[in-house]
Design a binder for this molecule. Structure first.
Ligand SMILES: [Zn+2]
Length: 105
């Protein structure tokens, strides 16, 4: 199974990932594959990468960070019809941290 997102989406994802902390960028490179579908994250078994993140073409910067946060936190994955409220809160919190502008000098 191949999970390569179309270029139009991949370009957008990469633009967002470069603004995330270096450790997160490395984590994504090593563990995450992207595909285009509804916004979600699922742990993969037997694939090349550990997690698969699906995003809509029009997803926001926050959504990309949020789905990556789910993987980074080792969450069990979410389905749009079965969300875990605690995991959603954790992913939101971490995504906000990552996207927070650096403090001005
Ligand atoms: Zn979520």
């Amino acid at each position: 199974m191949n999970l390569h997102a179309p270029d139009i989406l991949m370009g957008r994802i990469l633009d967002i990932i470069v603004n995330l902390p270096p450790a997160v960028q490395k984590f994504v490179e090593e563990n995450v594959q992207f595909g285009m579908a509804w916004n979600s994250m699922i742990p993969t078994k037997g694939f090349k990468k550990k997690y698969a993140i699906f995003l809509r073409k029009d997803c926001s910067e926050f959504t990309v960070a949020h789905e990556i946060a789910h993987a980074y936190l080792g969450h069990h994955g979410n389905e749009p019809w079965e969300e875990d409220a605690n995991q959603e809160k954790e992913a939101d919190k971490l995504a906000r941290e990552w996207l927070k502008p650096a403090p001005t000098q």
